[in-house]
Each structure stands twice: as C-alpha cells, then as structure tokens.
Design a protein around this ligand. Structure first.
Ligand SMILES: [Zn+2]
Length: 523
C-alpha cells in the first residue's frame, strides 16, 4: 500500500512476545490497541510504524528447548511459526515489522549499544548474590517472595509464579542505573504524560524516589543470549536485550536516517512490566545519549472471573476461541470498546455476546443493511442527490464532523474506548434519524419523492463516514460496507480526518449481513 506521509512521525510498539508463552487474549489485547492506533495515524497521513516481535533468549527457553530435544533456536523458530505469526492473522494486525531478538540486526546492535555504555563508564564488574526467579528472569527482592506451601514448604517462592527461587551468586556486569534516579524524576516532572495513565505514573515515581539499585545485566551460568562483546563468557540479561528491540528494529547502530525518522516511540505495555519500560529503559537510553520514548502507556489487566489473565492461570483464553465464532472485527471492537483503556477490565462470554448482538449486529450492521436495501428498493441502487436540507439532515452532518474531530483527539490521548464511543454516537444518531424520517412512508407518496431522496442521501453519506471512522477497528466489515456503498478505492486509504467527505461512484450493491446473528449461547 502507498503510505501517506504528510503528517508527523508515529511509531508504536507492543511488548515483544515471550516465545515460550501461549498466545492468550491478554497478548491480543495489547496488539489490537496498537494496531488501531497505527491504522488511525496512517489514515490521518502520519508517517506511521507499528512494531511487534518475539523475545527469544533466556534460561527458561534454553531449558524447555533442551527438554524437548532441540536447540533453543529451533525451539524459537517453531514457536514463532506455529504460535505467534498465526496470532497476527487471527486478529488482523497491520504491523510494519516483526523483530526477533535472535536476528542478526538485533544481536549485533545490542552489542554495539552495550560496548558504547561500557566505553563510557556506565558498566562495571561486580558481584551479586540474590534470589533469582527463572519464570520472571529476574532477581527478586525479599519483599517479592512468599513462603512456599505443599511441595515447596520451607522454601521461598516467587509471588507471581508460586515456584521456588534460586539463590545465585555471580560475577556480573552492572549497569549504573542508580546514577539516573534524579534525571528520571526530572523527566516524570517535566513531561507528565511520559508515563500514563496517572496511576501508573504515580507508582513509577514513588518507586524511583525510594532509590534505584544498579542493575545486573549479564549472566554466565548459561549461554543462550547475546554475548557480552568484551567478555564472551557472559550473555546479556534477557530484559536488557529485549528492551533494545525498540531501537534495533528501526535502525539503531546501522541506519541513522531510519532511526532518526522513527525514534522515539509510543510504547504500549501491560502494567506488570511498567517498571522495565518506564524506569530501566529510559535510564538505558539516557546512558547512551539517546532520546527517551515519546510515552509509555501501561494498560490494565484483563480479568476473567475476577482473576488476572495469564498463561500460568487456567483462565487463559486463546484469541481463536473468540474469533472462530465472532470474527476478528468483533474481537477488536469488544476489547477496545468495553474496557476503559488503561484500567482493568472484565471479560465474559455473556458480555461479548450481548455487545455483539446489540451494538454490532443490531446497531451498526442492521443500519447498513436497511439503508442499502432502501436505496436498492426505492432508487434502483442509484444514490439519489440531496434536495433542500432540514434541521434533521443538518444535525447528522454536524455529528459526522464532530465525531471525526473528537475521536481524533481521543486517539491522541490514547483513549481508544472514547474514540469508538464518540463514533458510536453517529451510529445511534443515524438509527434515530431513519426511525424519525420513515423513508418507507415517504416512498409511498410521490409528492415526497425529493424528501425521500434527501433522507437516503444523508443516510448513505453517514454510513460512508462511519465506514471510514470505524475502519481502524472493524477492518473487514468496513471494507465490505465501503464496497457495497460504491465508495471510491479502498476504505483504508481514505483520510480519516476528512471522514465526512463522501466520495463514491453513485450506486450501491447488495450487502450481506455484516454481523450475522450468533445464536449459540456463551461457552
Ligand atoms: Zn517469578
């Protein structure tokens, strides 16, 4: 696709998938949020880049690969092909790049970054003893540990994984993170939207105020990782390695023009990994003399039956369980509309089914079907011209413009749920308009022919505006609708900031139900 680029640069990232995970709706949630932002910015003419990928190093991957009788690279290759790339298709992502941390473009430039920090004195040799959780791939503080129960009685276990931690003593390389506490606090003060939402910002600030330790950034007890360039008996700590994907993917160390064009990014992350992104990552960038991210947004958790969704809990739901029945559009719409982006949200099959039926099938889908059917029935499929406009017609035109402008502002604030809610005011307004104007009654009276044509013209234009405004979310249904309306070109190429400017061929074609009824009750 020809990319429009008269706007500003917009680079959005998701956390890279830990290959050993099993894809669940929590992963897909972050991805569709980033995808909607990317699609919106692209359609606004911004120079947009959407990055995702996989995190493939670390001790746990080495252990599972060995247990499965393959090399860690073979293990990662298999998981990328069988689990992660298919997820992109399942939820219809438009990512521009997919980076794997085992790629040469990543590994070589992680080494360059590290060597630079070493040469400038931000890395030193030290010793470390602490409790290490292989599940988290990090050293845990005493406050992060619980007393084990059952099989693990008498041992300390990780509060997240409920598995025993290991007491490790290592000669390690350390990053002087403590040197950046003041600079980080100044950053949070000067740029209040650097960490969002507000609750996340407060948590990060109090964490940094309590004092920062230096960070152990190498391991020598296993070798599945990026080699430390000046000491190949060590590999780079997996988080230090993984975070750097955000710059290696856009040319850091190898393509200055590309890096200049893309960086800095907007990072979307789950709030459980906020500290890595809002503390460690900007400190690493400051040490390297690079710009910190544009912003770090920590979204909430998906709760299923009141518990956080995760792979270690039985509540894990595969995205295909939803898309196989409801389709990718409904998946994208549901999670971004029903959950206030930034807060925790509860998922239930009942709620999904209810919103699918009332909002997508009855609200939007039925509106589209009725309007197109009436243009076919009363005007032989030719979109009529509008005559004199009444206040009711003008009100619809006005809502089209305000929805376009207001939704765009909400997107800039990353308030995706608000953007969709604003657009839905147009869905509701058009449904109300059709009910009040009664085009089926106007059609019975030849004297009211001009009025009928004005109403249908207004309704078609409104649907065109909806198709454009909803195209970043309902990627498939809006493409189908746009074609049925006879819209010019492909809806994803239409400027979203001018969504009300309908351009079409003048004839409609029959439209199948955009959201067929799903009678099966919740699973
Ligand atoms: Zn853990």
């Amino acid at each position: 696709m020809e990319r429009m680029s008269d706007g500003s640069s917009f680079f959005v990232t998701t956390p890279i998938f830990y290959v050993n995970d099993v894809p669940h709706i929590g992963h897909a949630y972050t991805e569709v949020a980033a995808d909607v932002l990317a699609r919106w910015h692209r359609q606004r003419g911004d120079d947009t880049w959407f990055l995702t990928g996989t995190d493939e190093h670390g001790q746990k991957i080495l252990r599972t690969a060995t247990a499965n009788g393959v090399t860690p690279q073979e293990w990662a290759d298999k998981l990328v092909e069988e689990a992660w790339k298919p997820l992109l298709e399942t939820i219809d992502l438009s990512n521009d790049d997919f980076i794997r941390t085992t790629e040469k473009r990543h590994e070589e430039n992680v080494q360059k970054f590290l060597q630079h920090l070493y040469d400038t004195g931000y890395i030193y040799t030290g010793e470390y003893e602490g409790f290490y959780c292989v599940g988290c791939e990090e050293y845990k503080q005493p406050g992060d540990l619980l007393d084990g129960e059952g099989d693990y009685a008498g041992q300390k276990v990780c509060a997240i994984h409920s598995k025993p931690v290991e007491l490790l003593h290592e000669k390690n390389y350390f990053f002087k993170m403590s040197a950046f506490a003041e600079q980080l606090l100044a950053l949070y003060e000067e740029r209040p939207d650097f960490v969002q939402p507000e609750s996340a910002r407060n948590e990060v600030m109090s964490f940094v105020r309590s004092g920062l330790d230096d960070l152990s950034i190498s391991r020598s007890s296993f070798d599945w990782g990026v080699k430390v360039p000046w000491d190949e008996t060590h590999v780079v700590y997996v988080w230090f390695d993984a975070l750097l994907n955000y710059v290696t993917a856009v040319g850091y160390g190898q393509d200055d023009a590309e890096f200049e064009r893309r960086w800095p990014a907007t990072h979307l992350v789950g709030k459980d990994i906020l500290r890595f992104h809002a503390v460690i990552w900007p400190a690493m960038l400051m040490a390297a003399g690079l710009q910190v991210p544009h912003r770090v947004f920590g979204h909430g958790w998906l709760l299923v039956g009141g518990e956080k969704m995760s792979k270690s809990k039985l509540t894990g739901i595969a995205p295909t369980q939803i898309t196989d029945t409801f389709g990718s559009d409904a998946f994208r719409y549901y999670f971004l509309r029903a959950i206030h982006f930034g807060q925790d949200g509860s998922f239930s099959w009942e709620d999904l089914h209810a919103r699918y039926t009332s909002e997508l099938a009855n609200g939007f889908g039925n509106l589209a079907s009725r309007v197109i059917a009436m243009v076919n029935r009363y005007c032989d499929g030719v979109i009529p011209a509008a005559g004199d406009m009444t206040d009711a017609d003008a009100a619809i035109r006005a809502i089209e413009r305000t929805a376009t402008a207001t939704a765009s502002i909400a997107i800039d604030r990353l308030a995706i749920h608000e953007a969709i809610g604003t657009v839905w005011e147009l869905v509701d307004a058009l449904n109300g308009y059709i009910t009040e104007q009664e085009p089926w009654a106007l059609a019975k009276d030849p004297e009211k022919r001009e009025r009928l044509e004005t109403v249908l013209n207004t309704a078609v234009r409104g649907l065109g505006t909806l198709a454009v405004l909803l195209s970043p979310v309902l990627t498939k249904a809006t493409a189908t609708l746009w074609t049925a309306l006879g819209g010019d070109g492909v809806v994803q190429d239409v400027r979203i900031d001018q969504a009300w400017e309908w351009t079409g061929s003048g004839t409609v074609t029959p439209l199948e139900a955009l959201f067929p009824r799903i009678e099966t009750s919740a699973e």
